[in-house]
Design a binder for this molecule. Structure first.
Ligand SMILES: Cc1cc2nc3c(=O)[nH]c(=O)nc-3n(C[C@H](O)[C@H](O)[C@H](O)COP(=O)(O)O)c2cc1C
Length: 337
């Protein structure tokens, strides 16, 4: 059974949905002694099966898969329509058609759970919530480890009560989506070290995540009580990652000087480099997920080469991201090597 305390290198490669996560990146991190996590979000069940097979073709080393846990809340049609109207001028500029109606989607969660139960992967991690206790039990019965990503002590307690085998404590420094359990929840904004120390008391192994820019940051996370650090942003410029060129370039572009959390792209809070889109739309973006994510999709695709428009997910340690191999990142981040 997956035990994050026993990794040769205490580095978990963050799942990064929407492009950056690739079988090559997952395999390279695991082969280098860390633990690669494939992003399962936004894929179909068949697509996920194919990506798992692609990792297997590259390495025998164990790896994991991450899923977004769905939460269906009443759809705020007025807020959605209002936000759509505010985006129309921009959409016109880029020749994008924004959908008027977006159906709720649970991202094929049950179908993907079924694929994973039979997949033989070493671990599954959950983001945006803790699934039902039966799901944790089913994975345990199949010898598959479980990790639940949390941003607060309260969510960590819920995950442990539901049966998670390990926690990923995601600090406010982290790039990408915040794994708050409730879409409407306000952000606790707790730093990774404080959160690791707090949830370590709950009796399951803790992986600390957020803002790693160098090996000292990894050491600080381990010193706070974590058994490993989950790192995303520092892998974004590696050759194995599927990061879009405009995103890749922005990470080393001195015009980008800070990161912030925003609901502007998806309706859920996520941290990225501050660009024009974040500046213009963060204040009015409604907490309507996943519909806002689908709404902005055509715009993000039409403006894929414009770093002022697309989501440039990045954690606070983004300046440490280098154009090196994933194995080099694992080696550089491993204390004592
Ligand atoms: C581009 C990008 C995409 C991400 N996608 C996911 C995801 O699909 N699932 C998930 O659990 N976390 C995702 N995250 C968050 C990571 O799991 C992790 O918390 C974060 O990368 C850690 O902070 P760092 O980027 O500063 O290292 C993503 C992060 C980034 C930067």
């Amino acid at each position: 059974m997956f035990d994050p305390s026993t990794l040769a290198a205490p580095i978990v490669g963050a799942p990064m949905a929407g492009g950056p996560s690739t079988p090559e990146l997952t395999a390279a991190i695991s082969a280098a002694g860390g633990f690669g996590m494939l992003a399962g979000a936004y894929l179909t069940a068949d697509g996920l099966r194919a990506e798992i097979a692609a990792v297997r073709a590259l390495t025998d080393a164990p790896f994991g898969v991450n899923l977004f846990v769905p939460e269906e809340i009443p759809f705020d049609a007025e807020a959605f329509a209002g936000y759509r109207t505010r985006l129309l001028r921009l959409a016109e500029r880029f020749g994008a058609t924004l959908p008027e109606h977006v159906e709720y989607s649970d991202d094929a969660f049950d179908a993907k759970v079924a694929v994973l139960l039979e997949s033989g992967v070493a671990a599954v991690s959950f983001t945006f919530g803790a699934p039902a206790p039966e799901i944790y039990t089913a994975f345990a019965d199949h010898g598959i480890g479980t990790v639940t990503t949390v941003t607060s002590r309260a969510d960590a307690e819920r995950a442990v009560a539901a049966g998670t085998a390990a926690l990923c404590a995601q600090g406010i420094e982290a790039g990408g989506h915040r794994s708050t359990f409730g879409i409407l929840d306000s952000d606790t904004e707790i730093g990774v070290r404080e959160l690791v120390a707090d949830v370590s008391a709950l009796g399951v192994p803790v992986i600390g995540s957020g803002g790693v820019g160098d090996v000292d940051d990894v050491r600080a996370i381990l010193d706070a009580g974590a058994v490993a650090a989950q790192v995303g942003t520092l892998f974004l410029r590696t050759g194995e990652a599927g990061t879009k060129p405009a995103h890749r370039d922005a990470l080393s572009d001195p015009r980008f000087t800070e990161t912030a959390t925003t609901r502007a792209y998806s309706g859920r809070l996520a941290r990225g480099l501050v660009n024009d889109f974040i500046r213009d739309f963060s204040a009015t973006a409604p907490p309507v997920y996943p519909q806002v994510n689908t709404l902005t999709g055509p715009l993000r695709r039409a403006a894929a080469e414009d770093p002022q428009m697309i989501n440039l997910w990045a954690g606070t340690g983004w300046r440490g991201a280098r154009e090196v191999s994933a194995a080099e990142v694992v080696a550089q981040l491993t204390p004592g090597t």
